[in-house]
Design a protein around this ligand. Structure first.
Ligand code: NAD
Length: 485
């Protein structure tokens, strides 16, 4: 087997673990369709063992000072950065994303999260609330206990770190289940945390399909579930977590609007549309896939867009000059192909792309539809592929109503030179993350998450601390205690 074959499918209690009784599954390099590793899904015994390991390690970890926990996380960040190239090569093989992207957006953003939350860990304090006669209440910020993280396949390292870093900073332990499509890099995160000095059992990884995730969510020893995935999965996981009254963070899908006004800088707006539709071959949850362009500039916008798409390099993802990679899997490519057919059937104009490339791997080129109307399927459903829909509009009032006419609410963007309009529009968007004259930035310092069906809770920033800790109030009475009898 290849150099990407891990020493075991799972990582539990500080070491690789294998259980050949689990259903085998292949890890495929989407650039060619070749198998690069074979893993086994976790059996119920493995899942239970991982939760037990986390449970056992958690209290000792929480008992350490925040400074000590933070030091471990910051060391892990340093190790990730030092190994960025090797981790990026792995991520490229696991996901198919070009090395040009993985070198700057995956292990590096994971390291940012570890560093940021490592820095915060020592300052997680409560407050003192004075009452009458010197009595008081003081609050303690406590860990939740064992947290479960469940990941999607588009940013495997980043997702693992965006969940693990705040969880561990707050004194929790985690069991993480990566997507079965991209299982390899979370194992590296686990290895690196151990090397950085994390106690065994603080971060465990189990592999498998949805049922492994479902078993984790149903486990009574689990206090919190953070899912990054689709809305249908989010509904199931949220409901299962509710049965046990567990905390949740839901990072789900979107169909975000990107509005380009007539006074926008066209080059910037085209850059925003490219970043918001074709980075990671369009497999980004916050993508601005409904591009509303003011009717008066539609043709010039499309012209520049098509020109610039001609510069995309669809080559071997392992080659640093490649700027556009394959879809993650044959199944995802088939989904995207069906949406393209539907777009054509429903009357949208296919401007470019739309046909899979005749080469090994799962390739769909950048695809643009214009003349898209609000009711078309391609304008309503998340495609999760490199398919941009261009819609025309005439007035701000009209475009705001149409932009918000969706069940999703993850992100939204506006391009305009009019400062007042930019603020008004951003405030008017029904979305958790909004962009003015930029698109798809996600620095760890800023809260990230959705409204409506796109999610619950926030990742990153200080806001994430609220979702991985709970406040205990302790009443302290100094004065004599009276009772009615
Ligand atoms: P998915 O919903 O199919 O799977 C997500 C994860 O959930 C996988 O690990 C899967 O095995 C697991 N799972 C499936 N059924 C489960 C169940 N019943 N119980 C527990 N776990 C279960 O999503 P995907 O296809 O891997 O990823 C694409 C989706 O993720 C898109 O909708 C995208 O928008 C979304 N996404 C959201 C964000 C965000 O931050 N908001 C980021 C990336 C991706």
């Amino acid at each position: 087997m290849s150099k990407f074959q891990p020493a075991g499918s799972h990582f539990i209690g500080g070491e690789y673990v294998e259980d050949l009784a689990g259903t085998p599954f292949d890890v495929i390099f989407p650039g060619t369709g070749e198998t690069i590793a074979q893993l086994h899904a976790a059996t119920p015994e493995i899942v239970s063992r991982a939760v037990a390991s986390a449970k056992q390690a958690q209290s000792g970890w929480e008992a350490m000072t925040g400074t000590e926990r933070g030091r471990v996380l910051r060391r892990a960040a340093d190790i990730m950065r030092a190994r960025n190239h090797e981790l990026s090569v792995l991520e490229t093989h696991d996901t198919g994303k070009p090395l040009q992207e993985t070198l700057v957006a995956d292990a590096t953003s994971g390291a940012d999260a570890l560093e940021y939350f490592g820095g915060l860990a020592a300052s997680l304090t409560g407050e003192t609330i004075p009452l009458a006669d010197g009595d008081m209440v003081f609050t303690i910020r406590e860990a939740l206990g064992v947290c479960v993280g469940i990941g999607a396949w588009n940013y495997p390292t980043q997702i693992a770190c965006w969940k693990a870093a705040p969880a561990l900073a707050c004194g929790n332990a985690m069991v993480f289940k990566p997507s079965e499509m991209t299982p390899l890099s979370a194992l590296k995160v686990a290895e690196i945390l151990i090397e950085a000095g994390a106690p065994a059992g603080i971060f465990n990884v189990v592999q498998g399909m949805g049922e492994v995730g479902a078993q984790l969510v149903a486990d009574d020893r689990v206090a919190k579930v953070s899912l990054t995935g689709s809305v249908p999965t989010g509904r199931k996981v949220y409901a299962a977590a509710a049965a046990g009254m567990k905390h949740v963070t839901m990072e789900l899908g979107g169909k975000s609007p990107l509005v380009v006004f007539e006074d926008a800088d066209i080059e910037d707006a085209v850059s925003g549309a490219i970043l918001g539709n074709f980075y990671s071959s369009g497999q980004v949850c916050s993508n601005g896939t409904r591009v509303f362009v003011h009717r008066s500039i539609r043709e010039s916008f499309l012209e520049r867009l098509i020109d610039r798409l001609g510069n995309a390099v669809l080559g071997d993802p392992r080659d640093e000059t490649t700027s556009f990679g394959p879809m993650v899997s044959e199944a995802q490519l088939a989904i995207v192909e069906r949406y393209v057919e539907q777009g054509i059937e429903e009357g949208a104009r296919l401007v470019t792309g739309g046909e899979r490339l005749d080469r090994p791997g799962f390739w769909m080129p950048p695809t643009v539809f214009s003349d898209v109307t609000d009711r078309m399927t391609i304008a309503r459903e998340e495609i999760f592929g490199p398919v941009m829909c261009v819609l025309d509009f005439d007035t701000e009032e009209e475009v705001m109503a149409r932009a918000n006419d969706t069940q999703f609410g993850l992100a939204a963007g506006v391009f305009t030179r009019d400062l007042a309009r930019a603020h008004r529009v951003a405030r008017g968007f029904e979305a958790g993350t909004c962009y003015i004259n930029t698109y798809n930035d996600a620095p760890v310092e800023a809260p990230f998450g959705g409204v409506k069906l796109s999610g619950v809770g926030r990742e990153n920033s200080k806001a994430a601390i609220e979702h991985y800790s709970q406040i205990k109030s302790i009443y302290l009475r100094l004065s004599p205690l009276e009772a009615p009898f």
